[in-house]
Design a protein around this ligand. Structure first.
Ligand SMILES: C[S@@+](CC[C@H](N)C(=O)[O-])C[C@H]1O[C@@H](n2cnc3c(N)ncnc32)[C@H](O)[C@@H]1O
Length: 338
């Protein structure tokens, strides 16, 4: 189902902490027919100046975008006035964009039990807390990117002993894109230290080759399924890595262009490659302009399904998901980049 937005109507966007400027810039350069409206914290609205379909737009730096229906207070939300729970044939997503201590517990308890993942329904109503007494109601459709999780957040918990927060980046990508990690599946990690992402893969029984000149956590080094190649990626020769790697995960502190060039140099002869997950750092606003180039770069190299998105744990960065034809069918996710 596609959601129509008529000239003069509003769309709202939610984004990660500290990334409002990236979203605003992306909207400015990519969607000139949308005019900025209201903005607060991690939330902003845009008014369309022509009739559009909601799935025509797909900004990278938003975790949820939806047709805006109404702004309400807590009292209105909990009263019968907005009896959202009586709507049928929809899923409800309630989430708050505030810090945990500012989140409204009463509203949370009222709505959270209705948060659900039901792939039968085409529509998802979003109830979003943006200020202590300000909630917005909107609607998005199932065919939007990461539609089935409230605010695209699978709510992964970081294990206390994880070597780094990068554990979350890979765990979230795995959940959101339904990547199946099987026992002894071969993964290559470029920029693997100190080891959060490798730790996640090892916990899932994968075999991991980690490339990084920096020290890896003993938690990874002591695992027989982990091999550390302690060098910069530029010094790696293809014969140093197995040629039957299935997945590559990339999280390098290099400029995006160099990072992408190295990824492709190393992985171009992998016979069973299913996909590559690349964290692309945004060092300055100009990098937002290169997202389309990066997508085209990947397409020119034969990847047939490409998504650029920000994950809930991301700071000034985004994920490029590149899938090969050989990736399992269930991975295929709706996206206008496909
Ligand atoms: C954000 S950290 C990676 C976090 C890691 N994925 C984890 O799970 O903990 C970026 C890493 O890139 C590494 N790095 C920077 N330049 C590199 C290069 N030329 N080759 C390999 N690794 C590099 C750094 O040493 C650093 O450990």
């Amino acid at each position: 189902m596609t959601i129509k937005i008529n000239n003069g109507e509003f769309i709202f966007f939610c984004c990660n902490e500290g990334n409002l400027d990236l979203l605003k810039y992306e909207m400015k350069i990519g969607y000139s027919y949308l005019n900025p409206g209201y903005s607060t914290g991690r939330f902003l609205t845009y008014k369309t100046t022509k009739d559009i379909l909601l799935n025509e737009i797909e900004p990278v730096f938003t975790t949820r975008w939806a047709k805006s229906i109404k702004k309400v207070s807590k009292q209105q939300l909990l009263s019968q006035e907005i009896n959202i729970l009586s709507f049928t044939n929809f899923n409800l997503h309630y989430f708050s964009l505030l810090d945990e201590e500012a989140q409204d517990k009463e509203v949370y308890e009222h709505f959270d039990k209705f948060n659900n993942v039901n792939l039968e329904n085409e529509l998802y109503y979003d109830v979003v807390q943006v200020k202590p007494d300000e909630f917005w109601i909107g609607v998005h459709s199932k065919n939007q990117r990461c539609a089935t999780f409230p605010n695209s957040d699978p709510k992964i918990l970081l294990p206390d002993n994880s070597p780094s927060r990068a554990y979350l980046k890979l765990a979230e990508a795995q959940h959101l894109f339904n990547i199946s990690i099987t026992e002894n599946q071969k993964w290559l990690e470029l920029g693997s230290a100190p080891g959060g992402a490798s730790y996640f893969l090892l916990n899932n029984k994968a075999l991991v080759w980690g490339i990084d000149p920096a020290e890896m956590s003993p938690l990874c080094l002591s695992n027989k399924k982990f091999t550390h190649i302690k060098k910069p990626v530029q010094h790696i020769k293809p014969e140093e890595i197995p040629s039957d790697i299935e997945w590559v995960s990339v999280d390098l502190n290099l400029n995006p262009k160099q990072s992408l060039a190295e990824v492709f140099r190393i992985s171009k002869d992998f016979r069973f490659l299913k996909g590559i997950l690349i964290t692309v750092k945004i060092v300055n606003l100009d990098h937002v302009e290169y997202i389309r180039d990066n997508i085209n770069w990947a397409r020119d190299r034969g990847f047939d399904h490409i998504v650029a998105t920000q994950l809930p744990s991301h700071k000034r960065e985004y994920l490029l998901v590149l899938l090969n034809k050989s990736a399992p069918k269930r991975l295929i996710i709706s996206s206008k980049h496909a």
